[in-house]
Design a protein around this ligand. Structure first.
Ligand code: GLN
Length: 483
């Protein structure tokens, strides 16, 4: 199985390279490539070298895990003590949290080496990372194309080899869709299995942290390191102990293919790449079943109503008093708050706050928010029904390959459609992995999405690992990096 974490880890264990040397080589590569890619928005090199020194001590003391000394990155909405964490928003410019997120707490205890924070859509709202206040990151496969979003910087960093792996957050597809656009693996775990403590909230009932990596095995290693119940996150769940097994009995695997995911807007090359992927499972003896999820057609509006409603509430805390930026030249406190929010937030964030406030307002609550919550229940029960007869579902991750920078930024409805295949699993809180399955026109990667039932994260990952082995389309081989 390919990937980079075990390779680097065994080089570290055998003393072929020290963690400090490894960190230094990643830093050199970042200095060379980041001016082109804009994948990192802030770097923590001094801290990285310090962590690497600690990792070297852990290795010498025989206390290393697979992630000790491995250089990595965090999305700019994941807090780490003393490091800039801005959600790529003007309103959080200069913000340095004074505590660690649960995920970084776990990783740093294992001797992970943090290289910096990665670019993203402002407050994770977008599908191309173009709403970042630092400008969009570029796709390493073709720098005239978007990385996808919102964890675009994390996907670009992993693909370009300037982080061995990275964490992202996924509310409606933000790990999987950039993974698909850049040709990496991206995994959104079951909602609640990874603590959200220290993840700056966008839509709390949907937000989930997960890994972007070069192989399914790498993603599983990182997932195992960050999952687990956390008393500081009320929605956090207990997951089974032990490492996620990537073994699967393919002959007994029931594979569903939901027809709604292949509808209008999904390009022909994507459809045929996914159908070809289904045949890989079929040839190995898996039982293929064509299934239906009729509520698919309401998933996108349900997602945007619920996510905007929650965002309008979560983003109420940015008032110029407690965090980051404060406008100057104000007459009184109301004027200060108004000016701070006017200048601090970007257009897309303001649009969603207004939409969210509208659907929650007393006159429209029943017509929009309440209805969306009811339909969410229907989507969940349709998935439940399908998972009684299937173990996994195979779908496209995104309807197209990466589009050109700027092509859709003026039209938010078009970017919203980029999430059509990823939001259903988010609404239902299900685990879903995206992995490269083919290369389309222009050498651009195509992603296959594998969804499994709630808390069956291992099933989705094992099916993905099977596909990766069998089809031989690994993230390292799929879609050449042209820099
Ligand atoms: N693109 C979706 C949105 O704009 C999903 C974002 C995400 O998953 N954070 O809301």
């Amino acid at each position: 199985m390919s990937g980079i974490i075990k390779k680097l880890s065994s080089m570290l264990q055998r003393g072929e390279v020290s963690a400090s040397e490894l960190a230094a080589s990643y830093i050199t590569r970042i200095e060379k490539l980041n001016p082109v890619l804009n994948a990192y928005v802030s770097t923590t090199f001094e801290e990285a070298l310090k962590c690497a020194g600690e990792a070297d001590k852990m290795i010498r003391a025989g206390m290393a895990t697979a992630l000790t000394g491995i250089p990595m990155a965090l999305k700019d909405n994941i807090c780490s003590d003393g490091h800039l964490t801005t959600c790529c928003s003007g309103i959080l410019s200069g913000f340095r949290p004074y505590y660690d997120s649960a995920v970084w707490e776990k990783l740093s205890a294992q001797g992970a080496v943090l290289l910096g924070k990665t670019n993203m859509d402002e407050f994770a709202m977008g599908s191309a990372s173009e709403t970042s206040c630092y400008g969009a990151p570029k796709n390493p496969v073709d720098v005239t194309r978007v990385t996808g979003g919102s964890s675009g910087g994390s996907a670009a960093a992993v693909k370009a080899g300037i982080a061995a792996y990275a964490l992202g957050s996924d509310t409606g597809g933000s790990i999987r869709q950039p993974a698909s656009f850049c040709g990496t693996v991206g995994f959104k775990p079951t909602y609640g299995t990874v603590s959200r403590y220290g993840l700056i909230a966008y839509a709390s009932s949907l937000d989930q942290i997960g890994p972007l990596a070069l192989s399914v095995e790498d993603a599983a290693i990182v997932y195992d390191a960050i999952r687990g119940k956390d008393g500081r996150d009320q929605t956090s769940l207990t997951t089974p102990d032990g490492a996620t097994s990537l073994e699967t009995d393919i002959k007994n695997l029931r594979v569903g293919v939901p027809e709604e995911f292949f509808g209008e807007g999904v390009s022909d090359e994507v459809k045929s790449a996914i159908e070809e992927s289904v045949r890989v499972f079929e040839r190995a003896g898996a039982k293929i079943k064509r299934v239906k999820i009729p509520a698919f057609k309401v998933a996108l509006p349900v997602y945007y109503i619920i996510s905007c409603a929650e965002a309008s509430s979560n983003l109420g805390r940015y008032d110029g008093i407690r965090y980051g930026y404060r406008a100057e030249n104000f007459s009184d406190i109301d004027d200060m708050i108004t000016k701070t929010r006017t200048y601090g937030f970007g257009t897309e964030v303001k649009r969603r706050i207004m939409l969210g406030t509208y659907v929650l307002s007393s006159g429209y609550f029943d017509a929009y928010y309440k209805k969306a919550c009811l339909l969410r229940g229907q989507i969940i029960s349709e998935f439940d029904g399908v998972f009684r007869e299937c173990d996994v579902l195979l779908t496209p991750t995104a309807p197209t390959t990466a589009f050109s920078l700027g092509a859709k930024s003026a039209n938010s409805t078009q970017t919203y459609l980029a999430d059509i295949c990823t939001v259903p699993a988010s609404i239902a809180g299900l685990p879903a992995v995206s992995l490269p399955c083919a290369v389309g026109a222009g050498g651009l990667p195509i992603g296959l999405q594998i969804i499994s039932g709630r808390l069956r994260d291992g099933t989705a990952l094992a099916a993905a690992a099977f596909f990766e082995r069998e089809a031989g389309v690994t993230a390292e081989l799929c879609a050449e990096v042209k820099l």
